[in-house]
Write a protein that binds this ligand. Structure first.
Ligand code: SF4
Ligand code: MG
Length: 324
């Protein structure tokens, strides 16, 4: 039976502020799952702590709302135990690039086949708008008493340096574009990272929907606004590194992604910045050591005999590994 958008909604009351960009991201995730007809029982959505981390409550899949900055360890643990599960992790910029930054970097090194979505609004919304690691230096949204004295991190270049093999950026109010981007991330074989520009109308009165939409930039000739956000696809930007992945090709794709990632202000690109199809997944690396891994991963293995004798003694597992 074909699945409908309503199959991915829950009756849980949503307490995000009116106009929050999180709603666009929620819609895009639900639309992606419906578009791909993914069985809700085959998808697990993990989150950390923050406004955006309430996402699993609102999406009808398995939902695991974990600890601040710790969504990734839970997500990749589940994916390792059951590689047949479609694993998506979500969280905020404070959650993922503050306390969770170490997990972000070390997850990228593995290229596990999963998707990580960050709601990037420049503030810690749930705790009243403190500056997050992506707030640009010198900005003073209404929640701060003084301008931010810290440099911001660049999520795209951090993801590149960490080894993510699919790196994209979306915008919360371009839901159809975002849906296509998330779908491409899920379909990519490897670790996909998607940074989503997400206005927080309650605490960040600088990077607003109006600002991204260019409402302060009216073209004198036409009277039309000139949006800051534009699509990489419109420039015929090609992010893909295809096999065999020649070093010259790789260098070119990395350089163009870095260059695009620093565009900000009057021109803000969204779309796929980088996609490397030449790096083997972590699942493939494990299968080289344990050939039965994909057929009988840990989640499908019996944990005890019919009489109750445990089969998960670590000593036995280590003995088996050292014999291979
Ligand atoms: Fe959204 Fe900001 Fe409200 Fe949090 S505080 S729900 S990010 S508008
Ligand atoms: Mg935030």
């Amino acid at each position: 039976m074909a699945l409908k958008l309503s199959d991915y909604k829950t009756p849980v009351h949503n307490d995000w502020c009116p106009g929050c960009g999180d709603f666009g991201i929620l819609n895009a995730i639900q639309m992606t799952l419906a578009d791909m007809s993914l069985d809700p029982s085959s998808v697990a959505l993990f989150s950390g702590v923050g406004c955006s981390s309430k996402m699993p409550h609102y999406v009808n899949t398995y939902g695991i709302h974990t600890l601040h900055g710790r969504g990734l360890p839970f997500a990749i643990g589940a994916k390792l135990a059951n590689p047949n599960l479609e694993v998506i992790a979500v969280g905020g910029d404070g959650d993922g690039f503050g306390i969770g930054a170490g997990h972000f970097v070390n997850t990228g090194r593995r290229n596990l086949n999963f998707t990580y979505i960050i709601h990037d609004n420049g503030v810690y919304g749930l705790t009243k708008g403190q500056a997050s690691p992506t707030l640009k230096r010198g900005l003073k949204p209404k929640s701060l008493s003084v301008p931010n004295p810290n440099e911001s991190i660049n999520p795209i270049t951090l993801a590149l340096a960490s080894g993510y093999t699919f790196i994209g950026r979306g915008y919360a109010y371009e839901v159809k574009h975002l849906k296509d981007l998330i779908r491409r991330g899920i379909e990519h074989k490897g670790s996909a990272f998607i940074d989503i520009l997400q206005p927080c109308p309650t605490y960040n009165d600088i990077n607003t929907k109006e600002w991204y939409g260019g409402e302060d930039r009216i073209d004198h000739d036409t009277g039309n606004r000139r949006p800051r956000v534009y699509h990489l696809e419109d420039e015929k930007y090609d992010p893909i590194v295809k096999p065999p992945g020649k070093p010259s090709e790789l260098n070119k794709k990395i350089s163009q992604a870095v260059s695009k990632s620093f565009e900000w202000g009057d021109k803000i690109p969204i779309g796929v910045f980088y996609q490397n199809e030449t790096i083997e997944t972590y699942e493939a690396r494990i299968t080289q050591r344990l050939p039965t891994y994909m057929e009988i991963p840990p989640a499908l293995q019996p944990i005890c005999t019919p009489s109750g004798k445990p089969l998960t003694l670590l000593t036995d597992i280590f003995d088996e590994l050292s014999a291979t």
